[in-house]
Design a protein around this ligand. Structure first.
Ligand SMILES: [Zn+2]
Length: 280
């Protein structure tokens, strides 16, 4: 291990601005051509301020060598070797950070427009996960069953094509339940169309209390509808809309309580907003 300017520098895998990771430029083939081990540090390759590269005719490797030599790296002597955790591309530290490490290894993609519909501070992972599957249309609904040689009708209304859009919320059972749960949070009331509902929720400022409640209601409703659908499929007694709605409303109230909204400036009025949406 080497320390250069207080940082641990591994020859192949650390980022060399502006070159990038050396191993990604020449690959393992290039590494073998240069005769440098995967775990080599700078001190193994830069000895007495001279780079020890094996000769090669490979022009990509040659170009890389030229760039490396141009960097003008000078090793500090009298500095103890030390293992450091990489936090950012150009930042190292002694303490391990799970979050920073995850940022280093995860595959990053552009943020999807519906991300706030799934992930927000007042959400609950269990409900968010099922909602995420629903948004991606990955729930194993009846419409996906023919591929498995089965046909599954909607257990709520008997509709032969049980699609995601039917379950949420085109089905009369789901739509009646959904309208009851959201009360007057969306005015005029949304159509039963999935895309329309998602668009209406996303059109709200995500910081508004109504938006928090709508997203919570959306997730809890999807979760319990999916649960009810699975329970009925497995022979459990059917719950009428009113009973399911009561259960969902109770779950949302409990979640509102657990946010300790009354202690937070931004959430004050959350419970009041919820109750005022269900005034007759
Ligand atoms: Zn149905």
């Amino acid at each position: 291990m080497d320390i250069h300017d207080g940082k641990l520098v591994k020859f192949w895998t650390d980022i060399w601005h502006p070159i990038g990771r050396l191993i990604e430029i020449v690959g393992d083939r290039g590494r073998l051509k240069l005769g440098i081990t995967t775990s080599a540090c700078i001190a193994d390759v830069l000895v007495e301020n001279e780079w020890r590269f094996r000769r090669t005719r490979d022009t990509t490797v040659q170009n890389m060598i030229v760039k490396v030599q141009e960097l003008g790296v000078v090793l500090e002597t009298n500095v103890q070797d030390e293992v450091l955790w990489k936090r950012k591309d150009d930042e190292y530290g002694r303490e391990f950070s799970a979050a920073a490490t995850w940022e280093q290894i995860r595959c990053k993609r552009p943020v999807v427009v519906w991300s706030k519909l799934i992930w927000f501070a007042q959400g609950v992972p269990r409900y968010a996960f099922i909602t995420w599957l629903a948004v991606k249309d990955r729930l194993s609904t009846g419409s996906k069953m023919p591929a498995w040689g089965q046909v599954q009708c909607c257990v709520f209304c008997g509709e032969p094509d049980e699609t995601r859009n039917h379950l949420f919320f085109a089905c009369p059972y789901s739509y009646t339940l959904w309208l009851q749960v959201i009360g007057t949070l969306l005015r005029p009331p949304p159509s039963p169309d999935w895309n329309d509902i998602v668009a209406r929720i996303m059109a709200r400022s995500v910081r508004s209390l109504q938006s928090i409640l709508l997203r919570l209601a959306f997730q809890v409703s999807i979760y319990y509808l999916w649960k009810e659908r699975n329970e009925r499929r497995h022979g459990q007694p059917a719950k009428p809309v009113a009973q399911s709605a009561k259960f969902i409303e109770k779950t949302i109230r409990q979640r509102i309580m657990s946010t300790k909204y009354y202690e937070k400036q931004k959430l004050k009025g959350l419970m009041q907003c919820w109750f005022s949406a269900r005034q007759p």
